[in-house]
Write a protein that binds this ligand. Sequence first.
Ligand SMILES: C[S@@+](CC[C@H](N)C(=O)[O-])C[C@H]1O[C@@H](n2cnc3c(N)ncnc32)[C@H](O)[C@@H]1O
Length: 340
Amino acid sequence: MIKFENNFQLDTAMKNLILSMIEVSEYLNEILNYTEKTLTPKMERELIKILQKYHVPHNNLKYDVKKLIDNPYYKNIKLDDVRTDTVWYEKALIKKRTLMSMNFHKPLGKYLFHYHPVGYFENDVYLPVLKEGEDKVWMSPAISEIESMNVGIQKGHGKCMTMGLGIGVLPYLWLNKEEVESVTIVEFNKDVIDLFEKYIRPQFPKNKKLEIIHGNGLDYYNEEFLNQFDYAYIDFWESNEDGLEYYTKLMEKKVYYENIDFWVEDSMLSDVKHIITPYLNTLYQGKSIAEYISSLEGLDQAIAKKANRYFKSRNHIIRTEEELLSIIHSRAILREILAQ
Ligand SMILES: C[S@@+](CC[C@H](N)C(=O)[O-])C[C@H]1O[C@@H](n2cnc3c(N)ncnc32)[C@H](O)[C@@H]1O
């Protein structure tokens, strides 16, 4: 079992880690009063004060609308005709100065604080949305979707593969890159494929191979399939919340490649850190691990059990804050914990 030296430095580090977890929820609560609202200059000043209080970058609240309207998918792909039994097109108006989430959360500082990049456009902007049911936005090339896929967009080269077709934003942006040779997509939902084939694919470039495989990404996440590609981007969840369960299942397959990225991985790992840190703190304080584990439910509990299995099999002693943080923030260790 991993052990700790009890010392002042680790006392402080543990306290700071737990405090930073509390700070995140306080920050999120404060921000909530402003998101989706039209910011008056007074509200903007108040918001900036909150962001400053938490050391969150605030100099780019005004988002350059070009990031959206110059995006090739936004510019070239028209979704106006989409109408199936369940999904239809709407032109949504984003009113000027409406504060929106512009990306998924990002880590900030050396402990567990993270923030949601927020911002607004200075002018009214129209966004195509595909809606399902009364109010539910099914899919849309929103700025947060595009920004959060940025790593995948940039890194795509050669033979690319993605899991999760959606409305094909990433495949389109890949096909438009010179260094991309072909795109393969694994998509689970036949209706999504049919909608894409009928309304969206005809607008895609035809000079490169675009293959869609109807199947479950989990079944295709194996060495034989993955080895065929130069780069893969896995994106078949809706947010970090449902994503963590899928991501855990993928990690359990123990297939690690440098050339695979996962949509909103940092956000999902941040949730994992919020389970592992109290686990390590419980251990550090000499309190009952069984009690900590049973205080959790569902996936959180399963992850705490995985952490327990992982740390039980280690036998080194943590003496410094640096050592502690290097465990908590290590992508490789977090992935290995989930793989247990
Ligand atoms: C968020 S969307 C992907 C968006 C896409 N990256 C884009 O650029 O438009 C998620 C997609 O994953 C699909 N999906 C859900 N579960 C899946 C699974 N197990 N395997 C493959 N695709 C799945 C959904 O039907 C949906 O089309």
